[in-house]
Design a protein. Structure first.
Length: 132
């Protein structure tokens, strides 16, 4: 039962209630916790980005590498989405044939390492995250 005095003094666990549920609904703490924490879980693309890309890239500012917000609208990636996939897999192949990629290498120094550890599905997830 909801106790207004306990709630005022902070001894009532209000943080365990989902905003979608009435405070007196019969729901176990496990059900409540799973429903409220699911929104905190990152997307797979975001997780992969943080594990494989975030040490050199941010979405909104240059780091060791360029900011990635809008990357799909720049350079050879704007011409064909598959070029972005190919770049992630093998940047050196673009640097040798594309002026835009050569300029990236000149500006940032060391070229991006090939991300061969990522599956095709993983690359799609990362692209989905950075272009959302």
């Amino acid at each position: 039962m909801f106790d207004f005095v306990d709630a005022l003094h902070g001894s009532f666990p209000l943080q365990n209630f989902s905003s979608k549920r009435h405070c007196c609904s019969k729901q176990s703490n496990n059900e409540i916790n799973s429903s409220t924490t699911s929104t905190v879980v990152s997307s797979k693309g975001e997780q992969l980005f943080k594990q494989n890309c975030a040490s050199c890239h941010a979405l909104d500012r240059d780091l060791t590498g360029p900011a990635l917000h809008g990357v799909a609208e720049r350079g050879p990636w704007a011409e064909d989405k598959n070029n972005l996939k190919k770049w992630i897999r093998n940047p050196m192949s673009f640097i040798s044939i594309n002026a835009y990629a050569k300029n990236l290498k000149a500006k940032y120094g060391t070229p991006m390492p090939a991300q061969t550890q990522l599956s095709d599905a993983d690359v799609e997830e990362v692209i989905g995250y950075i272009t959302q």
